[in-house]
Design a protein around this ligand. Structure first.
Ligand SMILES: [Ca+2]
Ligand SMILES: [Ca+2]
Length: 412
């Protein structure tokens, strides 16, 4: 008698390999920094559509160090994302990640593996537990399908940074469909991680933003200037400016006449807003729509960060391998102020269980100067035979505010 597994394999064998050579259409190859909330629920303008489809739309955005992927998929179907993290081709390099997500027991279940194609004649799957451990996900079942929200951290992957190009495709498939053959090509579409983008900009028109700083703390104000150069003949009439999504209601929305261009064709728009104290943290997108006499519309967008009073930026050693003895490893944490005011508070490092922190003197800290920073070196005592992906928590308390940054340390 055939076991269930053998039967599944037999079924899989008679199904032809999945065709991943078809074109994968993307709405816009420029992807903005925009921080979602990974809670399974889609809020208004929380996600930026990558692939538009009535049955299986896919979303993609980023912030430094994290890629965000989401989508909505039919009940009873799985989804496979193919990510070529350097954008150099699916069958090239050791940067190709397959993420498969199934809906099981009321939640999305994520598995990931890497395709090592460094030897172009013999691409091979490699198990990548750290990539998998670096993915956070949430979902929700709705009458139209299942929602997926994922945050993919850059553990063991080329990091999500400004300007990176990534090849991507997503395929919806049946649970019995397998993607075993490592040598089969996959046709990905290349996207780029950006701060800015525009759509439908009038012919002869260019723009660029001007920031003093790209971040603002809740309760403070930010000014974003948009400089335009117009060599074309279209005269914009009105401009509508607002912060999308989670920025709505805690920032200003306004409509103004578009300023006239000077003799050299230059004009600028200023968006100045206070950010409410209740604003959620993360990257937000300012959207400016403007139209002309014929009703043609252009959109420009730029990402800025609603930040805590300080950013916590730990640096940990990269290439650690397991050793039989306990040992000391050294790291450093930088606290970067996001405000013009003096900041003082408390910094605490919480190591993994059975680890301890040594030589750390920054419990109490003060950053005197505007948007300045301080560095605190520390040492960790790691127990013998420690191996895996470990989480370190960095807690900062400033008055009644508390912020936490979790850093991952890999020991292979
Ligand atoms: Ca959400
Ligand atoms: Ca590649």
């Amino acid at each position: 008698m055939l076991s269930a597994l053998a039967f599944a394999c037999l079924l899989a064998q008679v199904r032809p390999p999945l065709d991943m050579s078809s074109r994968y259409d993307v709405v816009d190859p420029n992807r903005l920094a925009l921080t979602p909330m990974i809670d399974g629920r889609f809020d208004n303008e929380e996600w930026d559509v990558l692939h538009s489809s009535p049955t299986a739309p896919v979303f993609l955005q980023w912030e430094p160090g994290t890629l965000y992927l989401g989508g909505k998929f039919p009940v009873g179907k799985d989804v496979v994302f193919s990510l070529d993290m350097q954008g150099d081709g699916w069958l090239i390099g050791r940067d190709n990640v397959e993420v498969r997500v199934v809906w099981a027991d009321g939640a999305p279940k994520v598995s990931a593996r890497m395709l090592d194609a460094e030897n172009r004649n013999a691409p091979a799957w490699i198990f990548s537990p750290f990539v998998e451990a670096g993915i956070r996900s949430a979902g929700q079942l709705t009458p139209e399908g299942w929602n997926l929200e994922m945050a993919i951290q850059s553990v063991d992957l080329p990091p999500a940074v400004l300007g990176r190009t990534i090849g991507i495709r997503a395929d919806v498939l049946d649970p019995i469909d397998v993607t075993v053959e490592p040598y089969l090509p996959r046709r990905t579409s290349v996207v780029a991680l950006r701060w800015e983008r525009s759509r439908g900009l009038f012919s002869g028109m260019e723009w660029e933003p001007e920031y003093k700083v790209r971040s603002v703390t809740p309760g403070d104000s930010i000014r974003i200037r948009m400089n335009f150069l117009n060599r074309g003949s279209t005269i914009p009439l009105r401009a509508q400016m607002r912060t999308e999504g989670f920025g709505d209601g805690v920032t200003k929305a306004l409509t103004i006449p578009f300023p006239s261009f000077d003799r050299k064709g230059r004009a600028f728009l200023d968006y100045e807003t206070e950010v409410g104290r209740t604003a959620t943290r993360g990257y937000r997108v300012l959207r400016v729509n403007f139209n002309n006499e014929e009703g043609k519309e252009a959109i420009i967008q730029t990402s800025y960060k609603v930040a805590d009073s300080v950013d916590i930026e730990p640096t940990l050693p990269g290439d650690l391998v397991m050793v039989p003895d306990s040992r000391i490893i050294r790291g450093e944490v930088v606290l970067r102020s996001n405000t013009s005011r003096r900041v003082s508070g408390n910094l605490e490092i919480v190591p993994p269980e059975n680890w301890s922190v040594a030589k750390f003197k920054a419990n109490r800290f003060t950053i005197y100067h505007s948007r300045s920073q301080m560095k605190a070196p520390f040492e960790l005592i790691v127990p013998q035979n420690a191996r895996g992906l470990f989480s370190l928590r960095f807690n900062v308390t400033i008055g009644d505010q508390k912020f936490t940054r979790i850093a991952q340390l890999a020991i292979r």
